[in-house]
Design a protein around this ligand. Sequence first.
Ligand SMILES: N[C@@H](CCC[C@H](N)C(=O)O)C(=O)O
Length: 329
Amino acid sequence: MAQLLKVHGSQNQFFILDQTELKTKLSQAELVALTKQITDPTKGLLDGADGVLVIDHTDHADALGSMQVINTDGSIASMCGNGLRTVSRYLADKYHQDAFKVETMDSDLAVHRETSLAPGVPTFSVEISPVTFNKESLPFKNLGGDTLVDRKVPAFAKDLTFTAIAVPNPHLISFVSEDVLHSDLLGRLGRSLNQPNNYFPDGVNVSFAQILDHNQLFVRTYERGVGFTNACGTGMSATSLAFCLNHPNEADFEETIAVYNPGGMVKTRVHDDDGSYHIDLIGNATFTHQIDLPEADLHVNNLTRAKISDTGEQIDYLNFVNNLKQQEV
Ligand SMILES: N[C@@H](CCC[C@H](N)C(=O)O)C(=O)O
């Protein structure tokens, strides 16, 4: 039998597949086919998900494993912050270690177990880096400069300013009013920049942020390869950096920033090492279900014999979210 886990970070939902536990690893084409099927809200399992996180062996020093991120549409992402927390918990439990690195597409990232955000809510901190702003690394074009930091882009919206940051997956960020946050602009912009367009040839994750207070944000994201998501970890990290850079009187480097999102809340800490930035992303790593199915079925993308068991962890996560709401009232 093979095993998958249904997991989430701030209710950004994924399936975890550990290739090292299989007799025969899935090929890349099989992984993509499985992702498109299992994450589909109607044809998949457990109302689908935003992607699949594939764990494999690594030979990199200090790393316990590697993580590949496959978005629900089958595209590959260089990073996933919420997903990395859940992969970190999986590897921490498997190898009985609380601090180590995980190999991702562009870099080996330091992760560690953190004090729980709430009872029964396993919590991990993950490094978000490398951070770049140049148009080649995002990539972007036709935006009138080599970087885009707190600048108006009338083609995107008349009265808003935008910041583009790669962490290393690409993010476009704007600080907006509550009305704009809940308008249809984010969806329209996200959709148009994630089909063939004149600005972001590889697409881009688009986040709108509302400043709630000093070192406090609410962030909503339209994700590349996914659409609207409950939360985007790299998006909230990139937005925290933009918060420190563009609103220096309202946000502090090296201090904890609370980032609320439709799926809950995470904490970030933005570090400035002489103009080179990295971010700590701290939040839940919840396993909601275990799925057992014959390994042969995974290879042919047949989910009909999957046996699903509930871990019971979601109740504790929802208590954590309900307590956040009570604190806000
Ligand atoms: N939800 C993720 C980001 C997933 C990748 C993204 N859709 C992309 O294509 O860059 C996160 O938590 O960071």
